[in-house]
Write a protein that binds this ligand. Sequence first.
Ligand code: NDP
Length: 482
Amino acid sequence: MSDLQFFGHIIDNEEVESLDGGRFDVWNPWTREVWAQAAEGSAADADRAVTSARKAFDEGPWPRLGRTERAAAIHRLADLMQERTAEIARLDSTNMGKPFEQAKHDVARSVWNFRFFADHQRDHCGEVYPMDSGHHCYSEFGPAGVVAAISPWNFPLMMASWKIAPAIAWGNTCIIKPSEDTPASVTYLGRLAVEAGFPPGVLNVLNGHGAPAGSSITGDDRVDRVTFTGSSQTGKLVMASAATHLAPVSLELGGKGANLVFADADLDNAVYWAVEAIFRNAGQICLAGSRLFVQDEIYDEFMARFVAAAEALTIGDPFDPATRFSALASRRHFEKVASYVAAAQELGGRIHTGGVAQDGSWVVRPTIIDGLALDAAPYCEEIFGPVCVVNRFGTEDEVVHLANDTRYGLNAMLFTENLSRAHRVAARLKAGTVWVNCFFIRDLRTPFGGVGDSGVGREGGNFSREFFTEPKAVVMQIDRKG
Ligand code: NDP
């Protein structure tokens, strides 16, 4: 009898095997061992999950609950998540190599995602527009229906919660397909939803690969909304699949974030955030500050400090409290990142620090490279790892041009103590989010998303409301004319 843990599908509040009994192995990237198995979803399993969500939406209590009652149910789930923080964080650290302290932080942010959207749907459920014509008009935001959500492996729980929380808060039912690399914490979340007393079919978890499991739910015409986070390439497939039944999509895709450090920046702060922006989560963040631009006057000093700070990060076992940085999430991803480091070397890049660990592990050390041509693949393409490409610049105009010269546009950062410059440059940057003198701070009321190849649509606060509901206008006559 195997002592591996097992993560099944959660369909209709039952944790089940696949219909054909198929399973796949789940790896621990630090030990490079299989530690669990998950159910391998087929098209038939996807059909079961969509049928469950559809029935729960069309006939079940969830969309018909009062807003307060729905909020209370979601807070119950958030309470359970909070109580089990260590257990959930342990799953994410084991499953993708994230340092345990960071995984706990991710759980706290996921809990907050649920609490925020539970309250938001209760408190922002409509708007009133008195009309000069003697009519009274109001908007209503009814649930859209069944939501198919596909989430990635870099923040397994947090990215999933970012989709599930607004979807169910607004009265929809949901099928989430976590990445095949990281099924554990999302399945655990599904178990907690059952424990929290959610009606069957409100939150279904379908495990398996992008195809057939993911593509079967995005292409199912009983699905009303599709929300996806992952690569730009897969995003296009997801959009095409949703288009077959005209389901609106929300796509949060790749990035190649620009980080601009002006000579008048507070250098301690800029170095701290430059390290966080590219080495947190081993750089496996769509928002990573992977293209760093430093003004000529401070280039050498900044680089010396940045390299020293990168080298000071403790690399090791995710469960060692000293660890700040660990292995990449999978062998496949390690090989991808390693190939970009090799390409950078071949293309004449100067590696100031880092490189691929030569000990058989899946570690790429915090890597800082300059001297690459502007059309070199490691400079232009999303590496999604701990690899920072650095360039120098002279003027504000020059760096705005360099920063915007990309097909991505998810986010950018700028470091300056000059208030006018901060506003001026923030306005000129082509990005969904601009952080000034910081990084990774989110206010859930604000829009989140990207331009260009970084995505389609925005989520957050009322932007999530727009996507996960069918807004309706009701116009009433107050005074009968004539
Ligand atoms: P993908 O975009 O392939 O995967 C993301 C999610 O989509 C996973 O759940 C995946 O399932 C699923 N998926 C894959 N194909 C389909 C499909 N045809 N229909 C529906 N769902 C599908 O990312 P990868 O994991 O392969 O990573 C590749 C690159 O993508 C990374 O190196 C990085 O550059 C980028 N990326 C960006 C992320 C972001 O936050 N923006 C997050 C993750 C990756 P499965 O895992 O089973 O294939």
